[in-house]
Design a protein around this ligand. Sequence first.
Ligand code: SF4
Length: 134
Amino acid sequence: MEKDKKGKVIDMTCLVCPIGCHLKVTVDESGKFVSVTGNGCPRGEAYAKEEITDPKRVLPTSVKIVDGEMPLVSVRTERAIPKRLIFDAIKIIKFTQVNAPVKRGQIIVENILDTGVNIIATRTVKRIKEASNG
Ligand code: SF4
């Protein structure tokens, strides 16, 4: 991070597309967004503003599964949720368990933390009997 007269300049990488532009984001002394350079398109500015005001992330994790061919099923948020809610979301998911079978795309937790975003399975897990029957 560099300091300048207006506040400070924060280096970040835009994660919106695979180009990954290197952004230099200027914020004022109170931490508010002032400007951005280095973005190859307007989406980079929107990303930088969101990162400064309310950053969001997709949460990939796993959930316990009962009678499954494996003990856990991988899950993720359908869309990015506010980063400030990630810890609380992990706590909910940690105490969640589902019964096998689970299908890829199945909703495991609906509308987590009132974000409007579901937690979905990212793979299919058969029941133990189904798995042993082929
Ligand atoms: S600023 Fe635009 S071109 Fe650059 S990584 Fe972000 S979305 Fe892609």
